[in-house]
Ligand binder design. Sequence first.
Ligand code: FMN
Length: 354
Amino acid sequence: MNCSHGSTITTADNTWKMTWPETVEVAKMADKAGFEVLLPVARWKGYGGTTNFNNRTFETFNWASAVSAITEYSCIFSTAHVPLIHPVAAAKQCATIDHISGGRFALNIVCGWFKNEFEMFGAQWNEHEVRYEYATEWLRFLKKIWTSEKEINFKGRWFNSKSVWSEPKPIQKPMPPVMNAGGSVAGKKFAATQTDMNFVLLKERNMEGGKAQVDNLKMMAKEIDRNIQVWIHVYVVCRETEKEAKKYADYYIVEKGDNAAVNNLLKIFGMQSETLPSDVLNEFRRHFIGGHGGYPLIGTPEQIVDGMNDIIKMGINGILISWVDYKTECQQWIDEIMPLMEQNGQRNSKPSLE
Ligand SMILES: Cc1cc2nc3c(=O)[nH]c(=O)nc-3n(C[C@H](O)[C@H](O)[C@H](O)COP(=O)(O)O)c2cc1C
């Protein structure tokens, strides 16, 4: 919700405009209802088209710090493009937000794939292997800063820093959780070996294929005695009847989809990421317009909860949710879907903070 149009590439009415007053409203609504996580996308430039999708964005560390100050329960993420921020700066920004939130901060690190925005920085553009080698060194340095009680020297392939000092340390010990959203061979290896959570794009939308992908990621971590959570993005259309839900999904995706913007996104994503082969990427056009390549949950509240059972059976540990109209549809999720999920044993109710 830190980006204009959220995750929907459509000219339909009531898409997310992304203003601060509305951010406050939705963040407080979600926090009060017991959402475990609020997470921003790191984006510096829009994708063109009629919507100029994601053209207005709040910077993720500032967003996370302000959202931390107005919430009291949810974990607040920031998302960092590792080539665009120095670990010494990132360590302090993260620690600051961990204090503001009272130990509710987590970090999503991404290596970048949207070349156009990297060109704004004149930043070096590396091939996949090198991107994730860089991220490994970046994270190793960050973790040292978070945990060292004394000044440290750090010398690696990319960083050469002397007498590094950072106080205060994060509140969370040993450190805040770290997530990554890599999908290439190098990205998956990085997530499995270095992070606590991998935020993935499901390549197959069926039980067998989804479960195999999730099992494979968890196995990669198990092989080196680590545990990793796997999270996905879902886009939601919930209506009283299945027919109404499907009709609205077709309306905002097919009738009102911004084809120019999604073409730009798919072209660059296809060339610069190795998450999906190009023929599959085209099949995913509908999911990219519907919710940034996410997994669809479309139907009545009962059907959505059934869909959630499949997600749980695939071994997925967390979902990040997007809607066309954050204000009304997030409220609907809270009123109509969360109680059903609790009744079905899919999640626990929000614990009291007293
Ligand atoms: C669910 C999800 C969320 C992502 N969030 C961001 C983001 O906020 N900013 C960004 O530049 N890339 C983001 N990415 C892109 C990934 O970090 C990664 O670059 C992309 O999936 C391609 O994978 P690869 O780098 O391993 O080829 C996201 C990807 C996924 C699947």
